[in-house]
Design a protein around this ligand. Structure first.
Ligand code: AMP
Ligand code: ZN
Length: 459
């Protein structure tokens, strides 16, 4: 496999630390609100990475954190639950949005079933131990800071202007123009959740800075260095730069060997973000009757290192493509409607090409083009039903588009679909309409495509 490594800024052959095994850490969501579909793009990229690693027979050890304490979660929990004590308000808020996050993720085909999910608030002690292990730190009245002045490695991910380093920064999400010593730990300010912390003979009761959690949890579950670390490009600085600096300072070793970063989802040419208020959530997509998997397909059509401008038109086009793939998959279990003829011999070759494309720095666009070619062939020449069934589950393992799970409709529903199609063929529109209504009662919607009727669920 080949990956573009942000550390070296080149495409490299992938060599894991232990042959046949991969340790992977992906920075997870801050659970203070619904995630937006820009965030979801990054999680789809990481999901695709896991899928192709597994397909290439790597044993995968994946860890993702949930940021359930930081400036944003604390602020929002105060606003939402002013009458609860700060710790309770925080957990009420973060548990709620964590649940919604995993719900959204499931709808767009993200598979966390083999992933270890770890929460910052459950690893405070690990963070405190790590902070104590960092030599180049200092205590100030409002926290414990990482001193970047004599850290020659600081800036490995990004070229930095290091001339303004004689100040410190308390806020977690500063930018490259504000390079400074950053907070490892923040002394309790006002009505915040806090943990006891005695360090260098001083009482620093408070809470962690944002960056320290990933360093503490990755070394705990994956060791150091581990193989691959990922996130969106906005995490390169300061988040990943700071993670690298802390971890190297504490253990004298690199944090991870490969850093992969996915580009942003844009709206009208600007980064989709909460602060610009130009964001959509998955709810906005389903409210407009789009299939969540159409969004997944839209994301997969672009390369993860290219910016992707979101428009409703492009989502509609992705949904049309999805319906075409579903039509192709559905013919497998609708033999009364499908044509059963030649094609099939090229399935194996196509699958090999798709795997090759994904192994080459996740070239999902090329993989989907190959799939589209295969579907065109089947549309022209008919489908070999037997050969197709294993292909669909192979494709699902790679793309997560749920093409093979589609046969799980009941015989009753299938029967109605077939009868409706028959009625349409006989130009009995009234009957066809009645049958469509019956399907709607079962939460099944029918789309008539040039390749036949395609069903989808409406919930
Ligand atoms: P956050 O919850 O803000 O830490 O972000 C979660 C993940 O989403 C991180 O990996 C970010 O880099 C990523 N992210 C944030 N905004 C976008 C965007 N507009 N497009 C793609 N990824 C994003
Ligand atoms: Zn992180």
């Amino acid at each position: 496999m080949k990956f573009y490594n942000s550390l070296t800024r080149q495409l490299e052959d992938f060599r894991p630390i232990k042959p046949g095994q991969v340790t992977l850490y992906t920075c997870g969501p801050t659970v203070y609100d619904h995630v937006h579909i820009g965030n979801l793009r990054t999680y789809i990229f990481e999901d695709t990475l896991r899928r192709i690693l597994k397909r290439n027979n790597y044993r995968l050890n994946h860890v993702m954190n949930i940021t359930d304490i930081d400036d944003k979660t604390i602020k929002r929990s105060h606003q939402k639950y002013p009458n609860l004590n700060p710790a309770e308000a925080l957990s009420r808020l973060t548990e709620h949005y964590e649940k919604i996050f995993f719900n959204d993720a499931q709808k767009i085909g993200i598979d966390f079933s083999d992933s270890k999910i770890v929460r910052a608030t459950q690893h405070i002690n690990d963070m405190q131990v790590l902070i104590k292990n960092i030599p180049n730190k200092y205590l100030s009245e409002d926290g414990v800071y990482f001193d970047i002045t004599n850290d020659s490695n600081y800036g490995v991910l990004i070229k930095l202007d290091r001339t303004h380093t004689h100040h410190r920064i308390n806020n977690d999400e500063y930018d490259k123009d504000h390079v400074a010593d950053f907070a490892l730990w923040k002394v309790k300010a006002g009505d915040e959740p806090s943990w006891d912390f005695a360090i260098e003979g001083r009482d620093m009761t408070g809470r962690p800075g944002w960056h320290i959690e990933c360093s503490a949890m990755s070394v705990k579950y994956l060791g150091q260095p581990f193989d691959i670390h990922t996130g969106g490009v906005d995490l390169i600085f300061p988040h990943h730069e700071n993670e690298i600096a802390q971890s190297r300072a504490a253990f004298g070793k690199p944090l991870a060997n490969y850093f992969l970063h996915s580009e942003h989802l844009l709206v009208d040419g600007r980064k989709m973000s909460k602060s610009l208020k130009n964001f959509y959530t998955l709810n906005d997509i389903t409210k407009k009757q789009f299939d969540p998997l159409a969004f997944r397909l839209l994301v997969l059509q672009a390369h993860y290192r290219s910016q992707l401008n979101f428009t409703w038109e492009s989502l509609a086009a992705a949904q049309a493509f999805l319906r075409r793939l579903q039509a192709w998959a559905d013919l497998k279990f609708q033999p009364e409607l499908g044509r059963k003829k030649g094609a099939g011999q090229s399935y194996g070759q196509s699958l090999a090409k798709i795997i090759q494309a994904l192994s080459d720095d996740l070239n999902t666009g090329l993989g989907l083009a190959e799939l589209s070619g295969l579907v065109s062939l089947a549309e022209q020449e008919g489908i070999d039903i037997d050969k197709q069934s294993s292909l669909l589950s192979d494709l699902d393992a790679l793309f997560g588009l749920a093409l093979s799970g589609r046969s799980d409709i009941t015989n009753h529903v299938r029967d109605i679909i077939v009868r409706r199609e028959q009625a349409r063929k006989n130009s009995n529109w009234k009957r066809a309409d009645q049958l469509r209504k019956q399907l709607e009662l079962q939460d099944i919607e029918i789309n008539d495509t040039p390749h036949g009727p395609v069903w989808s669920r409406t919930y």
